[in-house]
Design a protein around this ligand. Sequence first.
Ligand code: ZN
Length: 350
Amino acid sequence: MTPRTISAAGRATARWVRGCLGWLGAAACVGLNAQTFRLPTANRTLLTPGHQAGFYTGTVGRPWTSGTFGCVRTGGAQLHEGLDIRSVQRDRQGEPADPVMATADGTVAYINSHASLSAYGIYVIVRHGIDGMEVYSLYAHLSRIADGLRVGQPVRAGQTLAIMGRTANTRQSISRERAHLHFELCLLINEHFPQWHRRTYRDGVNDHGLWNGLNLAGLDPESILLEQHRRGPRFSLLNVVRCQTELCRVVVRHTRFPWLQRYPALVQRNRLAERDGVAGYEIALNFNGIPFHLVPRAPSEIRRRAPIHLLSVNESEQRLRPCRGLVRKISGRWELTPKGVQFLELLTFP
Ligand SMILES: [Zn+2]
């Protein structure tokens, strides 16, 4: 069976739009979220319409938009998985001095204090539990971690974690003028990442264990911060995740993988599978691979034997946001790229 094109088939889109509205109704019934995200530095210009240029730092010689989230680098071919937030406080030497604050209540999950080990330089990751979901915030290119900050330590929203800096192990260093905080909001793909990495790369080095960039899939922090600003206490992170735009839909013949346990609110019930048993999952992915809608499938609902296969592609989304490179069209036929297959292997690694 050739994977469907959603824009051509139409039906799949209609089904999905209904699904998202269904989620919204359900969320409205279960109550609202008191926890909110704060801007991680004193730079608040994001919230003033028309002033985003003062919030972002672009890449060298590029406009501010290259500091936003998404397919904004190398003419749209390269993903930037966070926001580059411009420095607004400087010390006497002109170095960035902005305190970097926790975006929400949480627990310190990881600290990399060896700038030479990452393109992110010195960075901190904080784990949050919001709307029943584990979400992670990441703060990179720091100069200095707050005294005494330790992994496992609870932190409050607004608490200073570090001071902004320019650390990175890349060949091209970050100039004083371009000093910024690289800020991400991510979901964790698989807590067995180190085992998967050993099996997949054999001799490959994995300096950051679970916190390898391959294992963190970024959401767009700008849309989350603005949506929250607009909706106030009616904001729901769960709804934002559930209503991601679908890039493609796949079926996996795997029935036990950590994502199902960590993000059960993204899994929809299917009575046929409850009655006949689960043979696999149908999964909707956004352009960045985030599996935001999963449906258990009964044996009679899965026709193909392949452990992973592509069901449909939303061509307009692929045109708009191709940079993660999960699918491609070869001789008029859509398929998962090797990158796409590898990502799904990581997702479904038991
Ligand atoms: Zn960045």
